[in-house]
Design a protein around this ligand. Structure first.
Ligand code: C5P
Length: 396
C-alpha cells in the first residue's frame, strides 16, 4: 500500500483536509496525519484519527523526548509528504529550512517527494516574501497544486483558495502512480529569449524568463516523453529528466532544433528575437569623443517555428507555437497559426499590467483547427501540466 504523510497546517481551509483523507483512503492509500499548532485550531486530532484510522501526531509531541525521535522516521516511511493546506507560515519555514515544530522538522528530514497545496489570503499569496519562498521551494523540486482563484473566507476575491480535494488527489496520484501516456515519444521544446550580439560585449534581448517553456518541458517529461529542451540564456534551473541544449542566438537555436529532430511533438515557447544585428562587430564598438552613436542595422532571423512546422518527412506530428500579443490576441493568434503552419497556437496577452511576461502566472487561449479554448488564469506550472495533458490526448 502506498503511504502519504499528510501535514495539516493552519487556516480555515484545514477542514478540507478531512475530505482529502477520505478520498485518499478510498483510493487505497494509507494516511498518517500531522497537525500543526495552527491546524489544530481548525480540525481536531480526533476527526483526523477517525478518518485516517491512524494515530495523529500533533505539535505537542516533544522533539527532544527520545521516545519521540522515531517520528522523524515518519517522513521517511511515507512515499510522499503532502502539506494541505500549506499556510504562508509553513511555506516560509520550509523555504528557510527551519525545524521549529514537528511538521517543519519532518519536512526538513524527509528524503521523499513533497507536494504542497497553498491556501491563504490573496495578498499573502501575492506578497513578495511568499512569491520568493514559492520560487525557492519549486526550484528545490517541491510540487505545487493550486491555489485556485475564488471567493475567500476573509471576504476578498482572488488567488489563495485551497485547491479542491479531488484536484489535490489527482496531483498526489500523479506522483504515486504516474500515468505515462507520452512514453516512447520525443518532444522538442524551445524556451527563453535569444541574445543577438551587437559586438562581443553587447546584445539585444527580451524579457522572456523561460518559465513557461521550462515548465512545459518538465510537464511533458512527467508524462513519460523524452524531452529535448533548447533554451536561450535564462536564470532558472534546468528541469529534471530533460536533455537541455543551451544556445544564445536564434541561428544557434534553429541549428540545435534541427539537430534534435525527428520529434513527435514540438512546442516552440521561446521568445526568439525577430531580428539580429547585420554584421555584428567582432571587436567592441568604441565611443569616440564627440562621435555619432553607431547605427545598428537589423536583418531578419530565421523563423524556427515555421521551419519546424513546414511539411516534410521530419515534421513532428504535433507542432505548437506561442503568440504573445498585447492586443487583439485571438485575431493575431489565428492568423499566426495559418501563417506559421503549426497545429496549435497558445496565445496570451502580455500587455502592460498583465504581469505575464516574466511573471509566475499565465492566462492562455489555445487555438486549434477546431476553435478556441479559453483557459482560466493559473500558475505557469499548471498551464504547462494542462497543456501536456492536452498534448497527450491529441497524440493518443
Ligand atoms: O511571430 P511571433 O514571434 O509572434 O511568433 C511567436 C511564435 O513563433 C512562438 O512560438 C515563437 O517561439 C516562434 N518563433 C520562432 N522563431 C522566430 C520567431 C518566433 O520559433 N524567429
Amino acid at each position: 500500500m502506498k503511504r502519504v504523510l499528510l501535514i495539516v497546517s493552519g487556516g480555515i481551509a484545514a477542514y478540507k483536509s478531512l475530505e482529502l483523507v477520505r478520498l485518499l483512503r478510498k483510493a487505497g492509500i494509507g494516511v498518517t496525519a500531522v497537525l500543526t499548532e495552527g491546524g489544530a485550531q481548525f480540525v481536531t486530532p480526533l476527526s483526523l484519527q477517525a478518518l485516517t484510522e491512524n494515530k495523529v501526531f500533533t505539535a505537542l509531541f516533544s522533539l527532544t523526548d527520545e521516545s519521540e525521535m522515531g517520528h522523524i522516521q515518519l517522513s521517511r516511511s511515507a512515499d510522499l509528504v503532502v502539506v494541505a493546506p500549506a499556510s504562508a507560515d509553513i511555506l516560509a519555514r520550509m523555504a528557510a529550512g527551519m525545524a521549529d515544530d514537528l511538521a517543519a522538522t519532518l519536512l526538513l528530514a524527509t528524503d521523499k517527494p513533497v507536494l504542497v497545496a497553498p491556501a491563504m489570503n490573496v495578498r499573502m499569496w501575492r506578497h513578495a516574501a511568499t512569491v520568493a519562498n514559492m520560487a525557492t521551494l519549486v526550484a528545490r523540486g517541491v510540487g505545487v497544486v493550486g491555489p485556485d482563484e475564488g471567493a475567500m473566507a476573509c471576504n476578498e476575491y482572488g488567488f489563495g483558495r485551497l485547491a479542491e480535494p479531488p484536484e489535490i488527489l489527482a496531483a498526489i496520484m500523479a506522483v504515486l502512480a504516474p500515468a505515462r501516456p507520452l512514453a516512447g515519444r520525443h518532444a522538442l521544446v524551445t524556451s527563453g529569449p535569444t541574445h543577438e550580439p551587437i559586438d562581443p560585449v553587447r546584445y539585444i534581448a527580451n524579457r522572456s524568463s523561460g518559465r513557461q517553456g521550462h515548465a512545459i518541458a518538465a510537464a511533458l517529461a512527467a508524462l513519460g516523453a523524452r524531452v529535448t529542451l533548447v533554451s536561450g540564456p535564462v536564470a532558472i534551473h534546468d528541469p529534471a529528466s530533460v536533455d537541455v541544449v543551451q544556445v544564445e542566438t536564434a541561428d544557434e537555436m534553429l541549428a540545435a532544433c534541427l539537430a534534435a529532430l525527428p520529434a513527435d511533438i514540438a512546442v516552440c515557447a521561446a521568445a526568439v528575437a525577430d531580428w539580429r544585428v547585420a554584421g555584428a562587430a567582432t571587436l567592441k564598438l568604441k565611443k569616440t569623443p564627440g562621435g555619432a552613436p553607431p547605427g545598428i542595422a537589423l536583418t531578419p532571423n530565421p523563423d524556427i517555428l515555421a521551419t519546424i512546422a513546414a511539411p516534410g518527412p521530419n515534421r513532428p506530428r504535433l507542432v505548437v507555437g506561442f503568440a504573445a500579443e498585447t492586443h487583439e490576441v485571438l485575431r493575431h493568434a489565428t492568423e499566426k497559426r495559418a501563417r506559421k503552419g503549426c497545429d496549435w497556437i497558445v496565445a496570451n496577452d502580455v500587455g502592460a499590467g498583465t504581469g505575464i511576461m516574466g511573471g509566475a502566472e499565465n492566462e492562455v487561449h489555445v487555438v486549434t483547427a477546431s476553435g478556441v479554448e479559453n483557459w482560466p488564469r493559473m500558475a505557469k506550472d499548471a498551464v504547462a501540466r494542462r497543456l501536456a495533458a492536452r498534448i497527450a490526448e491529441a497524440m493518443a
